[in-house]
Design a binder for this molecule. Sequence first.
Ligand code: PGA
Length: 263
Amino acid sequence: MNKKYRKTIIAGNWKMNLLPSDVKSFTEELRTLLPKAKTCEVALLVPYTHISALRRAMKDNRISVGAQDVSVHDKGAYTGEISADMLADLGASYVIVGHSECRQYHGDSDFTVGAKAAAVLEKGMSPIICVGESLEQRERGLTMEYITYQVLAALSFVPEGKERSIVIAYEPIWAIGTGKTATKEEAQEVCEGIRDVVREKFGARVARSVSILYGGSMNPKNAAELLSMPDIDGGLIGGASLKPHDFAQIIDAVAQVTGEEQK
Ligand code: PGA
């Protein structure tokens, strides 16, 4: 399917790493490494405590800023939680919802993930909805069945008119932080399947404009081949986003792939 209808997004997920005081030197270094021409949308999804510093460092909007989670609630007596309104007020554009680590450690259900996606959309930001199968599910041949269920559950919460603002990230759990990457064929097969689910739910126009990212040990060595696949529109990158040089090389891979496609 033609990629021209959607954004290529390279998003770094810092998880619980680096300090707010590291943001300045990180972004200064990254800036010197970024390609001159903008070939894709670059985003950094950082701990809540780092968002303001990152926004200040990126006043020119060369890099979009985002968070890694959000409350399902609007406001009120929810000690320790952060609302979508607060993130929008800080200038966040993206919020990860349903990362497998949040599903595992915070007990986020498909229902919670959908409600978080809706909260993010209501405040004019884009949720990066993460889905992915376990190794056991893959080995039992249940990958697409499970992913379809996760995607449909989240999509059922998307408010009317906001369908094009969603981003979906396919992150096989067995590939996250393990150095084990899905092959480009495996990743493409699932990303294509996700697009089919979006098409069935929202129609062809929405399906062709929704960016679907791959995440799970993406690095400078494997980025180009993954990004060259027709239904992979970018990456959600953990470990390799913590080093400006590696992250910049993944961003460079987009230009490389786009250049080859235009030949
Ligand atoms: P990883 O993490 O690149 O370190 O595997 C990806 C993610 O969890 O988003």
